[in-house]
Design a protein around this ligand. Sequence first.
Ligand code: GLU
Length: 458
Amino acid sequence: MNNVITRFAPSPTGNLHIGGVRTALYNYLIAKKYHGKFLLRIEDTDRERSKEEYVQDILQSLQWLNITWDQLVFQSQRSDLYINHLKILEEKGSVYKCFCEKDRLEALRKDQMEKKLPIKYDKKCLLNPAPNHGSFVYRLKNERHEKIIIKDNVLGEVTFDPKEFDDLIIRRSDGTFTYNYVVVIDDIDLKITHVIRGVDHLNNTAKQILLYEALGKSLPEFAHIPLIMGSDGKRLSKRHGAASLLEYKTAGFLPEALNNFLARIGWGYKDEEIFTLDELLQKFELNSINPSHGIFNYEKLLWLNGHYLSKKNPAEIISLIKEQLGVAIGDVPASLIELIKPRSKTLQELYDQLLFYVNDEITIQDDAKKMIPPEMIKPAQDLIEEFKANSEWNKQMLEQSFQKVITKHSLKLVQLAQFVRAAVTGKKASPGIFEIIEILGKDRTIRRIESATHFGME
Ligand code: GLU
């Protein structure tokens, strides 16, 4: 395919969410796969609902995922283009002014509802125009009789009866243009070759085809991608997890994992699960998108994130924690990060497990408190004495010290290990206790066991 140009066209009326990002990703992949261009078009014609903060959210989200655009376009800066095309349509006789007032349209609607007729404008201003007065809208004449056929790259052929459609309003009485109109003008002007968007726009596509025809322009390729459902089969919403993409960033997910995860919702390649952006560029095809709804599987996202996290080295992890979670953790030994990495699915989980090292003071969590019972105080004190009597501090020495104390007090290793774990990490679970305290160091370990013995006596 040559000269491929795709676009992602979000309305900045809210934060960018998972479904939107997947649409952006698919558009990006198709453009880049065929060495074409990917455009970002901010559909900000609704001045009341569009907000600068949402524009920023969209830009930052895509940048974070490395979904880079070749051109950025704001619809709010393109009014001249829309006005010029309206003139063209007027000259061609494809549009007419409609002066009907709200009350008349309301009454018409009510009447049609009562008679169980399709709700449609009755073309009064086209068929019996009254002398012009007051405000008006522009409508596109829909005089088509043959079926409208969308040859969709995902859904196959979809047919609409043109009688279902009104004479589309393309300019409102306040002078603003409607979505279906500006989208077509922009897609033509920007030479978009592939319109890839959610299946919820299928009806709009049929209406937009009427506009392409009125302007005498050829149609782009269409691909309507299925919606993303929660695991309960309902349309994805806040209930199913973080709503906006940047919430995943601050929760410690990696961009590689999100791209992989999003690409796989509704698309597959053999039985493979892991795809880097480069691999997606090789393997992704529009016609291999699954036409049925995709399911948002949070467990799978966690699994993928764990996979990509395991590929990062300690220095990368430290800078990602800083960048995504906004915390500087200073010097943490690489060995500790390597130890914790396999036990973490997200940066946040990893960071939580580093806190015992990063912070000077720890708080013993409620569920770990029962691991420091009074009867363990004496053995713990003996362990401290063993540590103090020894000039070394390594795994072998630690194992021997533990062994001496459990033999003396007839304990199981797990009892002493759990006490020390709660004392030094504040938690019920951690990587191997010898590794942990070896890294934490002698002084800090002794201090924490000591304060836990005081706690155990309370
Ligand atoms: N602004 C529309 C939306 O956010 C764009 C739809 C399209 O891609 O044409 O849903």
